[in-house]
Design a protein around this ligand. Structure first.
Ligand SMILES: [Zn+2]
Length: 124
């Protein structure tokens, strides 16, 4: 399943980033997902909640998803279009010259966690 490998990638990137910043655990990962990225939110969340348990660092990590509406602009008539899917005919002039301007994103915006020191203090 496509979303399983995406969730695994997200977690791997987040863990690398967390180690670089001396984080002992990750509280939250914020991701931006475009409506045209082909990523399904529900399976991604399911895969994420399953895979995060594999590492103590991400055991309790939450995922915040910022969804981005797909948008395009017609290079023939200049019409700006909201796209629900990759349908590249302009609804105004019916020309297949729509260029996607937003909605293909799939990226990590931020990673928040607990630093090593804060964690050990909290435990004592
Ligand atoms: Zn047009």
């Amino acid at each position: 399943m496509h979303e399983f490998s995406l969730a695994a990638d997200l977690l791997n990137v987040a863990r690398d980033e967390a180690r670089r910043h001396n984080l002992a655990s990750i509280d939250r990962i914020t991701v931006r997902i475009g409506g045209l990225s082909g990523v399904c939110i529900d399976p991604l969340e399911f895969a994420f909640s399953f895979l995060r348990k594999e590492d103590p660092m991400t055991e309790k990590t939450g995922m915040v998803i910022e969804q981005v509406q797909g948008r395009g602009v017609c290079s023939t008539c200049g019409e700006e279009i909201e796209l629900e899917h990759i349908f590249l005919y302009c609804p105004k002039c019916n020309t297949p010259t729509v260029e996607i301007t937003a909605g293909k994103e799939f990226l990590i915006l931020s990673i928040e966690g607990q630093e090593e020191k804060a964690e050990s203090q909290a435990e004592t």
